[in-house]
Design a protein around this ligand. Structure first.
Ligand code: PLP
Length: 390
């Protein structure tokens, strides 16, 4: 049996092997500290779970409209008006199977074979895969800490070629947690527009922002022509429900509707009915309390790592990650992660999972674990550095 050649370009996450090791260690009775997990440790807020149960009891178990139930699309549009300060029509809201479903839909909508999408390296690794599934080409542009690990307009003007169609940016980003400044985002949108291209803006960590100097809440404040991705996974704590949304230009709706009908039929009906409650004041209170817990953890972990001599070149504005330079340990980041899990039962994610650029230097620490565990992890890291001769 011969499988498709594209599989050769799809690499597994290295962190999966590390997580396997973590599970084995836990099965053998060890207490593992988890800094590798890219999802909130909190379970879904009770009002959302209750709404999901009610939907099940009411028999909301059928297919829905391909672009999502009107009640949820309307509720999301209201969220933008009430919390994010932009007016968008509910027609422009497309409910998806997580942001992942949105990324697949947008790749199919926007790219012909051999057409290029520019994106940052390091970045969210699955983006390349969505592009390659439609036989497009992901062009990964190395970004440095000097530019907050984000694309800048010069990257786009330098790399834009005859086959380039658009740019994918994430703010806040995974793995770095950094955000684009408002002016940089505006200029990026400008250079892409001059080239008749499209901008996909991944705002899946929107809501999880801790930096008062960021003076916009969504890129939709700057342009109506963006394809904005969002999700119930992170701020709303619903990773397992597999639900997200996009805000798109009106002209894209017909194509997206045909693609969504054919690829997915509809997003999960139960998850959609539950998600309406995600915006209720009782649920928003829970999300906000969690956001401040994340903000505290970020401070704790960053201060702890820096006092151990780790360099964090950019203090992230959002998400729940720190992208940490481990080069002073003289270990490559991949070896660093393996020794840390094997010898000290602390799990982290090596930079190699997010691209090639400087990947051997960086490790992603996710603060998706409680303050006691962060303390324990920091103590173990201190022991590791002592033992490894730092
Ligand atoms: C930047 C980014 N985009 C998209 C996703 C996909 O998330 P989901 O499909 O759960 O909405 C993730 C998940 O970690 C992510 O980090």
């Amino acid at each position: 049996m011969k499988y498709a050649a594209r599989l050769e370009r799809i690499t597994p996450f290295r962190v999966m092997e590390l997580m396997e090791r973590a599970k084995l260690l836990e099965a053998a009775g060890h207490r593992v500290v988890h800094f590798e997990v890219g999802e909130p440790d909190f379970v879904t807020a009770a009002p959302i779970v209750a709404a999901g149960k009610r939907a099940l009891d009411a028999g909301e178990t059928k297919y829905t409209q391909a672009l999502g139930i009107p009640a949820l699309r309307g509720r999301i549009a209201r969220y933008y008006a009430e919390h994010l300060g932009v007016d968008i029509s509910e027609q422009r809201v497309v409910v998806t199977t997580g942001a992942s479903g949105g990324l697949l839909l947008l790749s199919a909508l926007l790219l012909n074979p051999a057409e290029e999408l520019l994106m940052a390296d390091p970045g969210y690794p699955c983006n390349e895969v969505f592009v390659s599934l439609v036989n497009g080409v992901a062009v990964r542009i190395p970004v440095t800490s000097n530019q907050d690990f984000q694309l800048v307009p010069g990257d786009v003007t330098d790399r834009w070629g005859a086959h380039t169609r658009g740019v994918l940016i994430a703010s806040p980003a995974n793995p770095t947690g950094t955000m684009l400044r408002r002016e940089t985002l505006r200029d990026l949108i400008g250079v892409v527009k001059e080239r008749d291209g499209f901008v996909i803006l991944d705002e899946i960590y929107q809501g999880l922002v801790y930096d008062d100097s960021i003076d916009y809440r969504t890129g939709l404040e700057l342009s109506d022509e963006l394809f904005v991705l969002n999700s119930f996974s992170k701020y709303f704590g619903m990773t397992g429900w597999r639900l997200g949304w996009m805000v798109v230009p009106e002209l894209a709706l017909d194509g997206l509707s045909r693609l969504a009908q054919n690829l997915f039929i509809s997003p999960s009906s139960i998850a959609q009915h539950a998600a309406i409650a995600a915006f209720d004041p009782a649920a928003m209170e829970v999300h906000e309390a969690r956001r401040s817990a994340f903000a505290n953890r970020r401070r704790q972990l960053q201060a702890g790592l820096e006092s151990l001599g780790f360099h964090i070149p950019v203090t992230p504005s959002g998400a729940f990650y720190l992208y940490v330079d481990v080069s002073h340990t003289s270990l490559d980041s991949y070896d660093f992660c393996w020794r840390l899990i094997d010898e000290y039962q602390v799990a982290t994610t090596p930079g190699i999972d997010f691209g090639d650029h400087d990947a051997g230097r960086y490790v992603r620490f996710a603060y998706t674990t409680d303050e006691k565990s962060i303390d324990l992890g920091l103590r173990r890291l201190g022991d590791a550095l002592t033992a490894w001769g730092e």
